[in-house]
Design a protein around this ligand. Structure first.
Ligand code: NAD
Length: 456
């Protein structure tokens, strides 16, 4: 465990095996942390809090810039680690898994130095102060990005952190701890405890020395964490699942919208919380869109990596079986293994999917796209808003104004208009059951701040 600025043995003897999902071979083991490890880490974070909170924001920014530089120097190692433990194809691991955390760390180096931590409101001076000790719990699908999207703003705000990363991808988390060490952050400001969610994760959530829990993962676990944090009156941020709609309005460039939409779903083998997993097409263009989607998906057959684990593949396959059983039309893909060894899932497209079907409502978290038909814009909006989730989405139209007007009606935290690019400064987070709070950019920084008003 990395606690109080040093690597130290875990309190218990249990370990967790890490597998390469492309070979099914064990590639490493990490200690399975217990409540004792969490306690030691939280104590270290509490002890470091006053000093780090009092450090000038520009100096905190300088430390984050040093951390970004170490991540840049270790970019190849980061990408190779994510390829090994998540199965991400090497080019994607470089371009996204390694590059995005560098961008986000850099953005918080700058925000720490430039953010207004003080404001004047009438006769009040309002100080934006750190929330305190943050317990961060992250999933495996973008393993380093999700760590940096919590740790960088927390440190920029003056908080100290205990991180419990996902059990499937702890190796890149260890690499991150080594980078923090190399960047010279003061001891105790960042601490890492690897372990099981139900043991180390739960101990972190319940620890009275933790002021805020920031969680990314499934809605089921998020709900339990939110309840525990609520009972203890702790601040909580939840980034949960999604079932985002890609709405193609008549007049849009259909081929482009379908191709970009399929690429979006197949990326990271479909293990992306903000993936546009429901494609909504006008009934007049529906058959053409299904054909385009089939052709586009088939091009990914040899290109996508495996999903993270045997359990995840079984889960994705069970959704595919359910789709067929509930009457959806399997256009391509299915539950035959495309390759062995490795937890590969064939790029899968379903047509004739209707709102009440399980595959139209639940997050599959695999390379599975469903195509739904609508009759007019009102119908499209009703379908787009018909799930419990609201994380992301896309709208394609002949002109931007029409797409924007439609997007304003969507119950979701982000919408990409006619292929608008991902923006690492834009607030990211969910409406409805996709979560509570926002990550990235200045809004992500605010999550880790609380206000104190002095009336002068
Ligand atoms: P998960 O909820 O099982 O695990 C996420 C993390 O929580 C892991 O570190 C795990 O060890 C920990 N955990 C599990 N049980 C816990 C408990 N009882 N107490 C404390 N911690 C616990 O999810 P997963 O399988 O790792 O990830 C897939 C899910 O996460 C998908 O549903 C996906 O949509 C969602 N997700 C959302 C976002 C987002 O930004 N909104 C990002 C990535 C993933």
């Amino acid at each position: 465990m990395y606690i109080d600025g040093a690597w130290r043995p875990a309190a218990g003897a249990e370990t967790i095996a890490v597998l390469d999902p492309g070979t099914e071979q064990e590639i490493g083991r990490v200690p399975a942390g217990t409540a004792d490890d969490i306690d030691a880490a939280v104590r270290a974070a509490r002890a470091a809090l006053p000093g780090w909170a009092a450090t000038a924001p520009a100096e905190r920014g300088a430390r984050l810039a040093a951390l970004r530089d170490v991540l840049v120097a270790r970019k190849g190692e980061i990408a190779a680690t994510v390829t090994a433990e998540l199965g991400a194809p090497p080019a994607f691991a470089q371009k996204v898994h390694a590059a995005l955390p560098i961008t986000v760390a850099g953005s918080y180096a700058e925000l720490a130095a430039t953010h207004a931590f003080e404001e004047q409101l009438g006769n009040s001076r309002v100080h934006h102060e750190p929330v305190g000790v943050v317990g961060a719990i992250t999933p495996w699908n973008y393993p380093l990005h999700q760590i940096v999207a919590k740790v960088a703003p927390a440190l920029a705000a003056g908080c100290t952190v205990v991180l419990k990363p996902a059990e499937n991808t702890p190796l890149v988390a260890r690499l991150f701890a080594a980078a923090v060490h190399e960047a010279g952050l003061p001891a105790g400001v960042f601490n890492l405890v690897t372990g099981l969610g139900t043991v180390a994760g739960q101990a972190l959530v319940e620890h009275p020395g933790v002021d805020m829990v920031s969680f990314t993962g499934s809605t089921a676990v998020g709900r339990a964490i939110g309840a525990a944090a609520g009972a203890a009156v702790k601040r909580v941020a939840l980034e949960l699942g999604g079932k985002s709609a890609n709405v193609i309005l008549p007049g849009a460039d259909l081929a482009r919208a379908v191709n970009v939409g399929v690429a979006n779903v197949m990326s990271n083998s479909g293990q992306t919380c903000n993936a546009w997993t429901r494609m909504l097409v006008h009934t007049a263009q529906y058959d053409e869109a299904v054909e385009l989607a089939r052709a586009a998906a088939d091009k990914y057959a040899d290109r996508i990596g495996p999903v993270v684990s045997a359990e995840q593949r079984a889960r994705v396959w069970s959704y595919i079986d359910k789709g067929i059983a509930e009457g959806a039309r399997l256009v391509t893909g299915g539950t035959e293994a495309s390759r062995t060894p490795g937890y590969y899932v064939r790029p899968t497209v379903f047509a004739d999917v209707t709102e009440e079907m399980t595959i139209a409502q639940e997050e599959i978290f695999g390379p599975v796209l469903v195509l739904m038909r609508y009759t007019d814009e009102a119908d499209a909006l009703r379908i787009a808003n018909s799930t419990a989730y609201g994380l992301s989405g896309a709208v394609w139209a002949a002109d931007e104004a029409a797409a924007v007007a439609f997007a304003r009606g969507m119950e979701t935290g982000q919408v990409d208009i006619n292929g608008g690019r991902f923006n690492p400064l834009a607030p990211f987070g969910g409406y409805k059951q996709s979560g509570v709070g926002r990550e990235l950019g200045p809004h992500g920084l605010s999550e880790y701040l609380q206000t104190k008003s002095l009336q002068l």
